[in-house]
Design a protein around this ligand. Structure first.
Ligand code: OGA
Ligand code: NI
Length: 356
């Protein structure tokens, strides 16, 4: 059930960071096996696929195959020449950097609660005593329009609300385009996946600006614990100056090296379900560091909350029975909202082990 307040007093991680402490509080110290660097290192030359969206114009089929391979093998890719204005992207980065630089009393006007998560927050999950991550965030709903409430969006900096709408409009277009490619690549009607999400303008979308402050003991903490994104797909604008995002691939944590003006796209659990396991939502996590804060903007392109999501019918055959039961996204996302980031435990626990 929804909780309307946090189980413990809220501590802003940025505040801890700026207080000059040398040792982080116990709650942020990960168990030895969960700390960064406690595992074998991946080859530093391995990286997630890079997709040039311009290729869609010259050879749609080949581009769709490339994207499809990335979705099957990695669940992650970067996109360049994606059509979203670089100026808007730069404006958004700057607006959110400025938001997090505002005094705490200003930011706290937007303090969130676990009922909707909307606003300025410092934890995911409501379990008392749970381990915490080294980050603050601002979360807001963008679509469907009925749930959009710009009065809950920051008024400062001035340009923030206007930029948000312009940026989101373009990012949704990119998302729609990718949904079409995914559909084609899976052998579905080109509008299949978008329809399954609720149709144009009727799917849901939200955004989280993540703020990872400098951490005096980065080897003990994580900016965001391993998780798969519960929704449809995430279109992430990583910090252009500093890496931190790592993707779990072939048993290793692979660091994403941000390319200027690129987005990082990753599939969420709902596309894993709709594709009946052909596409993978992949675990990822964020590292922090001692010398520089990191800001990222995660745009979550999701199914409408009240529609049942289940494996696409054309992909279900006698030889390939449905791997997941039907469930609405509203129901599904209660899990991460209650327990916080827990790897891929949710979608894995849904797996139908013997065909019904
Ligand atoms: C997320 C996420 C990665 C990042 O917000 O779900 O995985 O680099 N963010 O901030
Ligand atoms: Ni994520």
């Amino acid at each position: 059930m929804y909780m309307t307040s946090w189980p413990e007093p809220v501590i802003r991680v940025q505040h801890l960071s700026e207080s000059g402490i040398r040792a982080i509080p116990e709650r942020y110290v990960k168990l030895p096996g969960d700390r960064p660097g406690s595992e074998a290192m991946a080859d530093v030359h391995v990286s997630i696929p890079v997709i040039d969206m311009r290729k869609l114009l010259s050879d749609e089929r080949a581009a769709a195959d490339e994207i499809g391979d990335a979705c099957r093998e990695w669940g992650f890719f970067q996109v360049v020449n994606h059509g979203v204005s670089h100026e808007l992207v730069a404006g958004m980065r700057e607006a959110w950097r400025r938001f997090f630089r505002l005094p705490f009393e200003e930011k706290n006007k937007y303090a969130n609660s676990p009922a909707t998560y909307e606003g300025y927050g410092s934890r995911l999950g409501v379990e008392k005593g749970m381990s915490l991550d080294w980050s603050d965030y601002f979360f807001l709903h963008y679509l469907p329009v009925e749930v959009r409430d710009p009065s809950k969006w920051p008024t400062l900096p001035d340009s923030c609300r206007e930029l948000l709408v312009k940026y989101s409009e373009e990012v949704v277009k990119l998302g729609n385009q990718l949904m079409k490619i995914f559909s084609i690549n899976l052998g579905l009607e080109e509008g299949y996946l978008l329809e399954a999400f609720g149709g144009v303008g009727n799917m849901s979308a939200c955004m989280r600006a993540n703020y990872y402050p400098q951490c005096p003991q980065p080897h003990l903490a994580l900016g965001l614990s391993p998780h798969s994104d519960p929704g449809g797909m995430t279109i992430l604008l990583p910090d252009e100056n500093i890496s931190g995002l790592q993707v779990h691939h072939a048993g290793y944590w692979v660091t994403v090296k941000p390319i200027p003006n690129a987005f990082v796209v990753n599939l969420g659990d709902q596309l894993q379900v709709l594709s009946n396991g052909k596409y993978k939502s992949v675990e990822h996590r964020v590292l922090v560091n001692a010398w520089k804060e990191r800001v990222s903007l995660a745009f979550f392109y999701n199914p409408r909350g009240d529609i049942l999501i289940k494996p696409a019918e054309p992909l279900v055959t006698e030889a390939e029975p449905p791997l997941y039961p039907a469930m609405t996204f509203d129901e599904y996302r209660l899990y991460i909202r209650t327990r916080g980031p827990c790897g891929k435990s949710q979608v894995d626990s849904q797996l139908i082990k013997s065909p019904p």
